[in-house]
Design a protein around this ligand. Structure first.
Ligand SMILES: NC(=O)c1ccc[n+]([C@@H]2O[C@H](COP(=O)([O-])OP(=O)(O)OC[C@H]3O[C@@H](n4cnc5c(N)ncnc54)[C@H](O)[C@@H]3O)[C@@H](O)[C@H]2O)c1
Length: 346
């Protein structure tokens, strides 16, 4: 099979993960880079090899003949021009989460691609972690029965001024929700196979926060089957040691994930100790991104439904938006109420 020829747009932190994954894959290759920052091109060429370089996807595409798809890892701000350029060429897109920082804008991007019949996948790499697959299997096997309620805790001190981290979250609205919780909310829908119905949420910023907007999220979600998830996330933990625990209480026991990228256990109700679940080896940011790229290529070559589609992503973004509304208005929010109407007048 000839490798898929990819234009890589956005050469920052996440663009470098993508360059690593694509250059290691036998199923894809980078044909050109697009980024307005010359220093980003230099870094990329030095590490992953020189390629034709452009300031933007819009500038690159008219000059490139041999390109099969576009991977976009630019900030989620103003992606319409890039999506329009890809759609004009009929090129499938794999775009980093969150698709946009606004529900209406995200819905417009999805509709642009859908109306042109061009695939648009969102970079939800956490779905492709070994631990995610193992958790889905545990629930499907009914090892400890049916999930009933859960506690999802993510505590991190994210130094937004660290030179190797992106800077736009420092000044954006609700950075924790849009940049980080989006992964967690998407995983809840994916792992439980249920859609969320309501949320009661409060967001806030601790006094020492370096971020302009809220880095703390406390949310109580109810899902369609009655499942309740108690979520607490922070980027400005009081302790720099990260802590993660996602514990699901089931009809006959618990399933608990104790690290973001692994550490899965279960126990029946009266067992004194947790049983560890064997997981495949994992290379941070790479293994699961390889899984995402393979799923993209598989779907395009086998012509099967696209996983992590833009349309599906809108429901996870609706969880984010509903949290922001709930906190601002101090009320319980129906999650579907923040979804823009399909093919509507946004
Ligand atoms: N899936 C994940 O695990 C994961 C991890 C980190 C970041 N991300 C996502 O990746 C995206 C980028 O984040 P980042 O951390 O790499 O940010 P970053 O700030 O490190 O890099 C962004 C790069 O995009 C470039 N850029 C800006 N406008 C552009 C445009 N119009 N066209 C092309 N390039 C443009 C910038 O010059 C910069 O080099 C965000 O959506 C972020 O949420 C996802």
């Amino acid at each position: 099979m000839t490798p898929m020829r990819i234009l890589l747009g956005g050469l920052g932190v996440r663009g470098r993960h993508w360059a690593d994954v694509i250059t290691r894959s036998s199923r894809a290759e980078i044909v050109a880079y697009a980024d307005p920052n010359p220093a980003a091109h230099e870094r990329m060429a030095e590490k992953y090899g020189a390629r034709p370089s452009f300031a933007s996807v819009e500038e690159a595409l008219p000059q490139l003949e041999d390109v099969d798809a576009v991977v976009l890892a630019n900030p989620p701000i103003g992606r319409q021009a890039q999506v329009d350029a890809c759609v004009a060429r009929g090129l499938p897109m794999l775009i980093e989460k969150p698709l946009a920082l606004d529900m209406n804008e995200a819905a417009r991007l999805v509709e642009t691609a859908e109306q042109a019949g061009v695939p648009l996948m969102v970079g939800l790499n956490f779905r492709y972690l070994g631990v995610t697959k193992a958790a889905i299997k545990l629930f499907a096997d009914g090892t400890v029965g049916q999930p009933s309620f859960a506690r999802f805790t993510y505590e991190r001190y994210r130094d937004g001024n660290r030179p190797d981290l992106n800077k736009y979250p420092l000044t954006m609205d609700q950075p924790m929700l849009w940049e980080q919780s989006i992964h967690h909310f998407d995983l809840m829908r994916y792992i439980y196979g249920q859609e969320p119905v309501t949320v009661e949420c409060r967001t806030w910023n601790p006094p020492w926060s370096m971020y302009d907007s809220d880095t703390n999220v406390a949310a109580l979600f109810t899902f369609a089957d009655g499942m309740v998830v108690n979520y607490q996330g922070t980027w400005q933990s009081g302790w720099a040691e990260p802590h993660f625990e996602w514990r699901t209480d089931c009809t006959n026991g618990v399933v608990t994930q104790r690290a973001q990228f692994g550490d899965l256990y279960y126990a029946a109700r009266h067992e004194a100790a947790l049983t560890p679940v064997e997981l495949p080896p994992h290379e941070l940011w790479i293994t699961e991104t390889q899984g995402l790229l393979d799923a993209f290529i598989d779907s395009l070559t086998l012509k099967t439904p696209l996983p992590c589609s833009g349309r599906d992503h809108l429901m996870s973004l609706a969880m984010v938006q509903a949290c922001a509304v709930s906190s601002r208005e101090s009320r319980c929010v129906q999650i579907a109420s923040v979804l823009p109407p399909k093919s509507g007048d946004f």
